[in-house]
Design a protein around this ligand. Structure first.
Ligand code: NAP
Length: 289
């Protein structure tokens, strides 16, 4: 039996163990996927343990995606550029290589579930934290026309823009703008009304969040021609997505991104194609019974 684990703090709420285990079982692979609650002080010990032959690797989640980088032997250039590792693969010689599959997960979800990419689009990104970094990188790689990063702390949005410039992800073509979410609404409203894709990368609207019934923007700004993506997957229809659907806009939630980032990790650990539909069905069951 080989072992893969989820490294985070906390990890109890995660549905990754459920859908990853379903994938290993569906392919008849003798692998057990475990959840390892890892307070920051224990991260080096948890990573060191992964070097033993019975481990295939791990997923990494909040708050360790950045801190884990210095503990690995090699990091994929793209993961290094966006300073976030969410997947570790143990090599045969026991060395550990880090990857980021969130960008791939977001890209595949957009392509396979919404039939689109961000090439040439005006994209508005709400939030500038970890998930927003993956979306911003995807926008840059796919050559969006304009990426507007909106955050309540303007300096966080500026840091994200600097990351895109510093890592040369911003090739010719994409313009980036930053806007404060708390600034007077006119500029923000116009930007949202005229965008092609609006992505919520804040936790506002998530089950268990202090304001589960709210949105970070005025829903009246949503145009019917905008694709509205919420990275939240629980609940499946967030207040933002409900408002978008009421205004006849197309919508996509974050479950696809979660499944596809997990599938990309699975494929790196096993070298086998991930059983996407098995993973999706098990994830839905784990979320909603
Ligand atoms: P994070 O690193 O903590 O970033 C959250 C961002 O949202 C920050 O910019 C934060 O600003 C902002 N924010 C939080 N509360 C806000 C509010 N009330 N008003 C305005 N902005 C607010 O978290 P994350 O890892 O990026 O996760 C963000 C969301 O994406 C979560 O709901 C998570 O479940 C989801 N997610 C989904 C996937 C997927 O695969 N579908 C993957 C990763 C994350 P401050 O720093 O000022 O608080």
């Amino acid at each position: 039996m080989q072992i893969v684990g989820l490294i985070g703090h906390p990890v109890g709420h995660s549905i990754s163990p459920a859908f990853q285990q379903a994938a290993f079982d569906a392919l008849g692979l003798p692998v057990r996927y475990e959840a390892w609650d890892t307070p920051p002080g224990s991260l080096p010990t948890t990573i060191a343990r992964l070097r033993a032959p019975d481990y295939l690797g791990a997923n990494v989640t909040i708050p360790h995606k950045q801190a884990v980088i210095s503990l690995l032997d090699a990091v994929d250039p793209f993961a290094r550029a966006i300073a976030a590792v969410n997947t570790i693969v143990r090599q045969e010689d026991g060395t550990l290589v880090g990857y980021n599959t969130d960008v791939e997960g977001f890209t595949r979800s957009l392509r396979d579930e919404a039939g689109t990419d961000l090439g040439g689009c005006r994209v508005v990104l709400l939030g500038a934290g970890g998930a927003a970094r993956a979306v911003a990188a995807a926008a840059a790689v796919q050559r969006a026309a304009i990426l507007t990063i909106c955050a309540r702390r303007i300096e966080q949005a500026e840091d994200l823009r600097d990351m895109l410039v510093r890592t040369e992800l911003l090739g010719p073509g994409m313009e980036t703008r930053v806007l404060g979410l708390t600034c007077p609404g006119e500029m923000l409203g116009r930007t949202i009304e005229t965008c092609d894709v609006l992505v919520n990368a804040t936790p506002v609207g998530m089950a268990g969040h202090p304001s589960p019934a709210s949105t970070v923007i005025d829903p009246a700004w949503i145009s019917p021609r905008t694709l509205v993506v919420d990275l939240i997957y629980n609940p499946p229809i967030t207040p933002l997505l409900a408002a978008a659907a009421a205004r006849s806009a197309r919508t996509l939630n974050g479950l696809g991104m979660l499944i596809y980032q997990g599938a990309a990790a699975f494929e790196r650990w096993t070298g086998r194609a991930a059983p996407i539909e098995v993973m999706r069905a098990r994830a839905r069951e784990a979320l909603h019974g």
